[in-house]
Design a binder for this molecule. Structure first.
Ligand code: GLN
Length: 537
């Protein structure tokens, strides 16, 4: 059993400072030094999970093997650390309250008045320690969502305060991430916002051990000294986090600044073994020195907010590096694609990816994009809804089933080639009720996907209610679209391909969730490879 140590990461001044990337970069460095590390995100909103959130609100909903619908930061954790996360790695205020209220209904509080302190804070502390109690980790990094000073963050900061006291200073520390803005008119970096946010943290009884300062310009020694003096930390505990060219530079930048060394010193852990980052830097080297370029059209209905497709664009970066190719994304709003303009809008791309999604907004544009890819031999990857659109397009335009559709968009269509799973028919609640998490899939040997995965049995993550309708399987296969991946337990079609096309693959699951820096996803790698071949034509 390990004596797990805890590192808390709080944020000050503004949101979007990149707490997730700082947490993941620190974890990466600690992992490279030989420590087992995991990262957890606590989200102060009242939704039970982000599964019911519109992507415009919060970006992509990330999915873990155990079927948790989570914050997109967990995607960063997995991409950096190359180890899976689970439901325990993401907790929301909604989940905390739900659990406390359920206990109250069961009478577990024995007549006591249930209050934020101690009941909510006890529940938060329990959730923080669940990962430590597995005995698997030397260090658990807990990222507190939101910004210090927000009303909804208060119970979390109080829980951190209690844990610091309970664990002792060698076992639990706080990193506070702040912004040091540059005022162009004055030509100066300003420390006041950081002073204020630290003050607000201190009002809650928490004194940060380390300050990580986001900045556009180098922070001088003088400014570091000033920050240290007014924020009650040592000068060497003020770490600069300067804007980086790519998020994948941040582990190296934090290594140069010594963030990992400072953390280990405070936790009284051995820091002799230096992080090497060999494979990481190999990835970066290829990422920064591509020998070719491809352009991929990404068709989705949330393209205004690129974070809605975070895991997909990161998987492009991993696959691009592995192909020594720069992947440029042409963002195309599915609603903007019409029968009149789709050829013009898609002209010249080397690959087309039709993205996941829900509902019928922009659906015709997605079908047009599939048709363009299929008819013009352009490498195509359809993910989840994108795969369903590939099946619909094929049924309509090749099989001639004009009224082929998904019952999600047209409940009374004549040919429901995509329909609701039987197990979904009586589901009325929206939250957490889709087919979620990891499912096995058996791959046909003679296929593009087998070439990519090089194995017959794979496991991939799902998040959907609708499925390929097996009543149409024979007809569709006869016409030239093959089911090359089947769920061995249920017989559901998980992968379709068009073998007469250079590279046309639709997958009912989400390969993007499993792409990491050290393990670029094989389907993305082969998709980009096919796009590279296309671009050379
Ligand atoms: N809306 C589709 C379904 O529920 C696809 C979901 C998705 O793309 N994640 O089946």
């Amino acid at each position: 059993m390990k004596n797990t140590k805890y590192v808390f990461v709080t944020g000050g001044v503004t949101s979007s400072l990149g707490k997730g990337i700082i947490a993941a970069s620190l974890a990466k460095l600690l992992q490279e030094r030989g420590y087992s590390v995991t990262i957890q995100k606590l989200d102060p909103y009242i939704n039970i999970d982000p599964g019911t959130l519109n992507p415009y609100e919060h970006g992509e909903c990330y999915v873990t093997d155990d079927g948790a619908e989570t914050d997109l930061d967990l995607g960063h954790y997995e991409r950096y650390l190359n180890i899976p996360t689970s439901q325990a790695n993401n907790v929301t205020t909604g989940r905390i309250y739900q659990s406390v209220i359920n206990k109250e209904r069961k009478g577990e509080f024995l007549g006591k008045t249930v209050q934020v302190i101690p009941h909510i804070t006890d529940e938060i502390k329990e959730r923080i320690q669940i990962l430590g109690e597995t005995g698997d980790y030397d260090i658990v990094i807990t990222e507190i969502g939101g910004t210090v000073g927000d009303i909804e963050s208060l119970p979390y900061v109080e829980s951190v305060r209690q844990m610091l006291w309970e664990k002792g200073e060698e076992n639990a520390i706080v990193i506070h991430l702040t912004l040091v803005p540059y005022l162009a008119a004055a030509g100066e970096l300003k420390t006041k916002p950081t002073q204020h946010s630290v003050k607000s943290l201190m009002q809650s009884g928490v004194s940060p051990d380390i300050l990580v300062c986001r900045t556009e310009h180098e922070i001088s020694d003088d400014i570091k000294r000033k920050l240290a003096l007014f924020c009650n930390v040592k000068k060497e505990d003020v770490i600069q986090s300067i804007d980086a060219e790519t998020i994948y530079d941040v582990p190296n930048l934090m290594l140069q600044e010594g963030l990992d060394a400072v953390v280990l010193k405070k936790l009284k852990l051995d820091s002799e073994k230096q992080p090497q980052l060999v494979e990481w830097n190999n990835f970066l080297q290829k990422h920064k020195n591509p020998t070719s370029e491809v352009e991929i059209a990404l068709i989705g209905k949330y393209v205004e907010l690129h974070d809605s497709y975070k895991s997909i664009t990161e998987a492009f970066i991993h696959a691009g590096s592995s192909n020594e190719t720069k992947v440029n994304v042409r963002w195309i709003h599915s609603e903007s694609l019409t029968p009149k303009n789709f050829e013009k809008k898609l002209k010249g791309v080397d690959g087309i990816l039709v993205a996941p999604g829900f509902g019928d907004r922009g659906i015709d544009g997605k079908i047009k994009a599939v048709q363009y890819a299929r008819e013009n031999n352009i490498p195509f990857l359809g993910i989840c809804l994108g795969m369903q659109m590939a099946v619909i397009e094929f049924a309509k335009n090749v099989l001639g089933l004009k009224d082929a559709f998904s019952t999600e968009m047209k409940s009374n269509c004549l040919h429901p080639v995509i329909n609701l799973m039987e197990s979904q028919e009586n589901v009325t609640e929206k939250g957490g009720t889709m087919r979620l998490g990891a499912w096995d899939c058996k791959i046909t040997k003679d296929s593009k996907v087998f070439e990519a995965y090089k194995t017959e049995l794979i496991s991939e993550r799902h998040r959907h209610r609708y499925e390929f309708n097996n009543d149409y399987l024979t007809q569709i296969q006869k016409a030239g679209m093959k089911a090359t991946g089947i769920n061995p337990k249920t017989g559901l079609v998980e992968i379709v391909e068009v073998p007469s096309h250079p590279w046309f693959v639709g997958v009912q699951y989400h390969p993007e969730y499993k792409s990491t820096v050290l393990n670029p996803h094989p389907l993305f790698v082969d998709f980009i490879k096919a796009a590279k071949t296309q671009s050379e034509k």
